[in-house]
Design a protein around this ligand. Structure first.
Ligand SMILES: [Zn+2]
Length: 226
């Protein structure tokens, strides 16, 4: 296993998704297109709104949030007041919604965020729970996906953030391709995690270093299985 794939530091494993600006793992594209076709037959337009993200992009997201330049949200998706939070509180509130650079499943090309282009314009998609639940515009698509996952007919796709396990917040829009992401996760050892933090230039690095085992367990290894 090439460690650079785990950390978002190579694009060698990727192919473009035709007609979009997104890239996914080359071994995942075929099954994604099958899932998309099934969704189309059921009346949905399953589209990607985020796929592969590289290390530097994740670093920009992390540092903007850690410096208070980008909104931080609480568990109910309400804005937090940056000025009142300690560095430790800031780090753990970022982790509920965003990964540390080098630790995102989006580095692997096996994970995507999706929406229903029948009911949502891409520029309006915010990736918040209310879009995907009850009467939200993507709720019907996600109910349909749930049914297919239960039947084992989702072509390998599942929801790693289906329930709240105290780590990453539930993200109904986030799908993962199990045949690949299982292998990536198995390869992602604590020592790879530790080296990545030590060698990175992330804001509040010292806080992360002080909480390495907890962050590794709660936010990387802690997710729902298919
Ligand atoms: Zn995602």
């Amino acid at each position: 296993m090439n460690v650079d794939i785990l950390l978002g530091k190579t694009v060698d494993h990727l192919v473009p998704v035709e007609g979009t600006k997104y890239f996914v793992h080359k071994q995942m594209l075929h099954d994604f297109l099958k899932l998309q076709k099934e969704a189309e037959l059921a009346g949905f337009d399953l589209q990607i709104i985020s796929a592969f993200r590289d290390y530097d992009r994740q670093l920009a997201i992390w540092n903007a949030k850690a410096r208070g330049e980008r909104e931080l949200l609480d568990d109910q998706e309400r804005p937090l007041n940056y000025a009142t939070l300690s560095p430790t509180e800031i780090v753990f509130s970022i982790l509920r919604w965003s990964a540390i650079p080098g630790c995102s499943r989006h580095h692997w090309g096996s994970d995507i965020d999706v929406y229903d282009a029948k009911t949502q314009r891409p520029e309006m998609v915010k990736l918040i729970s209310s879009e995907c639940e009850q009467n939200g515009p993507a709720a019907a698509l996600h109910d349909w996906l749930d049914a297919h996952m239960l039947q084992g007919s989702s072509f390998g796709f599942f929801r790693p953030y289906r329930t709240d396990r105290g780590g990453v917040s539930p993200e109904r829009w986030h799908l993962s391709y199990y045949p690949l992401s299982r292998r990536f996760l198995e390869a992602y050892t604590f020592s790879i995690f530790k080296n990545n933090i030590e060698n990175g230039h992330i804001h509040f690095k010292e806080v992360v270093l002080d909480n390495l085992p907890e962050i590794y367990q709660r936010f990387l290894m802690n997710f729902d299985l298919p």
